[in-house]
Design a protein around this ligand. Structure first.
Ligand code: 6AU
Length: 258
């Protein structure tokens, strides 16, 4: 049962090298918080990364929403991630045939494979998406497959969710974990459960996002890492708020181990 194993112990049980590194970072920095840095200006992204960096294990980006994106953003972003010891995670949600995914991952202006060690992908088109990512991986890469979403009215069915977990287990060296809302894989301690839709002040937004508390997602739903976006980015004091989420999430994890 993965819920009773520490992140440190689980680092030894994963076959994906990025997941291993992520477990180690979580353990060393005592944080299972991933920040969704959904800002649209390059300097805001760098400032957030710099300020919140000490409290997170991963910085999740949507690099295609940056209005003034240029490749000049990439080396300072990598430098901050290195210095504060967190991973860069591009939430690209790849969802095409393998060849197209290979190109989307490595080409275009964003050159995702050159800086993101983690990416998200949909399983809708099957294994090709993973073969495409693998083909374009420069160094090591960890993929999070979407098996469930936090969105109200999602079209994902139970059998789709199950097949996605099965697909993940067919690619243990490439897949770091699963994006989901429920505890779907107790028996696979090497995989990481990433759960978005976490906010301590709201239960929804006005576009179908649904939120739960840190205690609920980690303690009751099996999240290993919680993704928090606007709960932090739109707070009056994002740094203090990031610390608060980090503490609540870590406390929920330590309670779970008992
Ligand atoms: O905390 P929020 O609502 O401001 O941001 C949530 C972040 C966004 C979404 O693109 C992402 O989490 N997300 C995902 C991911 C991580 O893939 C899946 C999902 O089911 N729900 C969700 O919100 O950046």
């Amino acid at each position: 049962n993965r819920l009773k194993l520490s992140y440190q112990e689980r680092a030894k049980l994963t076959k994906n090298v990025v997941a291993e590194k992520l477990f180690q970072i979580m353990s060393t920095k005592q944080t299972n918080l991933c920040l969704a840095a959904d800002v649209t200006v390059a300097s805001d992204l760098l400032n957030l990364a710099e300020q919140v960096g000490p409290y997170i294990c991963a910085l999740k980006t949507h690099i295609d929403i940056i209005e003034d994106f240029s490749s000049n953003l990439l080396s300072p972003l990598k430098e901050i991630a290195h210095r504060h010891n967190f991973l860069l995670f591009e939430d690209r949600k790849f969802a095409d045939i393998g060849k197209t995914v290979e190109l989307q991952f490595s080409k275009g202006i964003h050159l995702i494979s050159s800086w993101a060690s983690l990416v998200t992908a949909h399983s809708l088109l099957g294994k090709g998406v993973l073969d495409g990512i693998k083909a374009a991986s420069l160094d090591s890469c960890g993929v999070f497959l979407l098996a469930e979403t936090s969105a109200a009215g999602s079209l994902i069915t139970e059998s789709y969710t199950k097949s996605t977990v099965k697909l993940a287990s067919d690619y243990p060296q490439l897949v770091a974990g699963i994006v989901c809302q429920n505890n779907l894989f107790l028996d696979n301690p090497g995989l990481i459960q990433l759960t978005p839709g976490v906010n301590i002040n709201k239960t929804s937004d006005n576009m179908g996002q649904q939120y739960n508390s840190p205690e609920f997602v980690v303690g009751k739903k099996g999240a290993d890492i919680a993704v928090v976006g606007r709960g932090i980015t739109e707070a009056k004091d994002p740094v203090e708020t990031a610390k608060l989420y980090r503490n609540l999430l870590w406390e929920a994890y330590t309670m779970r181990l008992k």
